[in-house]
Design a protein around this ligand. Structure first.
Ligand SMILES: Cc1cc2nc3c(=O)[nH]c(=O)nc-3n(C[C@H](O)[C@H](O)[C@H](O)COP(=O)(O)OP(=O)(O)OC[C@H]3O[C@@H](n4cnc5c(N)ncnc54)[C@H](O)[C@@H]3O)c2cc1C
Length: 421
């Protein structure tokens, strides 16, 4: 495919999609009370439904990978089609016009873990995992957070001790999304407790089916169980599964986190999903005769403006990425915009629906919103909490003085008690 024109590529993509997927009917005007009223943030599905959906999701990804559309801009040596990023975007825009199984299972693996493997792994690991991940033969997860290390990730305590050509990992991770259906995970562990905390860390790729790994689901208040605690009891990892140099794990983690913010921020703060949501909200307002209420009108206008501004900000950040620049601190603004818009949407839903949001009366389009409202606080934390994002924007975008960190010396520590005159 390497020297194909964009037009010829689009023609091939259209033929592939027409032959293998059903075209979506042109979006008709949303009608309140028709179709599904599901607006959940996390996909709340039973274990068996999740398994079925994973099979369908993998089958679709495998089919499109085999046709050359699975990793369009990836390097040919690791299974990609080596085409410019514009071709990837063109395919994405075309595929969105067809009904295909949800690909949410692969968001963390392909959005965060695979780019880190490409940037930091040995050739052995790149050969073993990149093609397999992009073809969905395997799924990846991110094992960073621990009970005592979230925002302050560098405090993590999981130990990795060298034993010949292997490392032995011991400790606990938490909030690992999708660990229960993942085959590999990216782990950051402490390899030298005597170095300053950011310097004694190393990244690894682990086999999630290896002996010594125990995965326990955590149920969230929305009802689903998307996260897990993952215990490592002397888990052996070959040295060629190390990511980057020994004790350079902080840089490895930063590669993953930059990609995480880019994928969360660029997701839905503006975009078509957000405008679909607003269409639904406006229909609800009309349905309940609230469209003449001046307070409701005012708050709704505020909501629409917030989503539109986020959309333009995303377009700016994405343009930088398309020009070949790495996702930078401005992605933190996109993430904050997403969270802020979601918070305003929640307040609006409480105002507009009132008690209908509190109890399931069976009425279409009322109680269904509770899953979105209860899921939203998770967004304030995932991929860096609000407070941490504000610190990043303050320091790295606005150039404000650095916030005193957890390890900063207190200005009072220099004072010697009892000797002050
Ligand atoms: C939906 C979701 C999915 C997730 N998926 C994964 C995953 O797949 N893999 C993974 O490894 N982790 C995952 N996490 C965990 C996530 O990365 C952590 O929850 C996050 O880093 C915050 O850490 P913490 O929960 O330990 O909170 P803490 O870091 O303990 O923060 C507690 C509070 O203190 C505030 N705070 C902390 N530091 C500062 C500071 N310097 N200045 C001001 N305020 C501060 C925070 O804003 C927060 O309000 C997920 C979390 C969520 C919600």
């Amino acid at each position: 495919m390497a020297d194909i024109t964009l037009e010829a590529f689009e023609q091939q993509a259209r033929e592939f999609l027409d032959a293998n997927a059903e075209r979506r009917t042109p979006a008709k005007t949303f009608v309140w009370g028709e179709g599904s009223d599901n607006v959940s943030m996390f996909e709340e599905r039973s274990e068996s439904a999740e398994k079925e959906q994973l099979v369908l999701a993998k089958a679709w990804r495998q089919k499109k990978f085999d046709a050359g559309f699975g990793w369009i801009s990836g390097p040919a040596e690791f299974g990609g089609s080596a085409l410019p990023a514009a071709y990837e975007r063109a395919y994405g825009a075309m595929e969105s016009r067809y009904r295909v199984p949800s690909q949410s299972f692969f968001g963390i693996g392909l959005g965060m873990v695979a780019p880190t493997i490409l940037a930091h792994a040995t050739d052995t690991a790149k050969d073993a995992y990149l093609r397999a991940m992009w073809r969905a033969d395997i799924v990846g997860c991110q094992l960073f957070s621990e009970p005592g290390a979230g925002s302050d990730l560098a405090s993590l305590q999981m130990k990795a001790l060298r034993d010949g050509d292997e490392w032995v990992l011991t400790g606990q991770k938490v909030w690992t999304s999708g660990a229960h259906y993942s085959d590999i995970g990216e782990v950051i562990a402490r390899t030298d407790p005597n170095l300053p905390k950011h310097k004694g860390l190393t990244g690894f790729i682990v086999d999630m089916h290896a002996p010594g790994i125990e995965i326990r689901p955590l149920r969230q208040m929305t009802g689903g169980a998307n996260f897990n605690e993952v215990f490592f009891n002397d888990v052996r990892v070959p040295d060629d599964h190390r990511l980057g140099d020994v004790n350079n794990g902080w840089n490895v983690a930063l590669t993953t986190l930059m990609n995480e913010r880019a994928s969360i921020g660029a997701g839905d703060s503006g975009g078509s999903a957000a405008s679909g949501m607003l269409t639904r909200v406006i229909a609800m307002v009309r349905h309940y005769g609230l469209d003449t209420d001046p307070i409701v009108r005012n708050k709704l206008a505020d909501l629409v403006v917030g989503y539109r501004v986020a959309e333009y900000n995303n377009a700016r950040a994405l343009a930088k990425m398309r020009a070949g620049q790495l996702p930078g601190p401005e992605m933190s603004i996109s993430k904050m915009a997403l969270v802020n818009n979601q918070r305003k949407l929640n307040e609006f839903l409480v105002l507009a629906l009132g008690p209908r949001l509190q109890a399931d009366t069976g009425e279409w389009g009322t109680w269904a919103w509770h899953e979105l409202v209860l899921g939203a606080p998770g967004l304030r934390i995932a991929g860096g909490s609000d407070e941490v994002m504000r610190n990043i924007v303050g320091e790295r975008v606005l150039g404000l003085p650095k916030e005193p960190g957890i390890d900063s010396k207190s200005p009072f520590s220099e004072l010697k008690v009892g000797t002050q005159k």
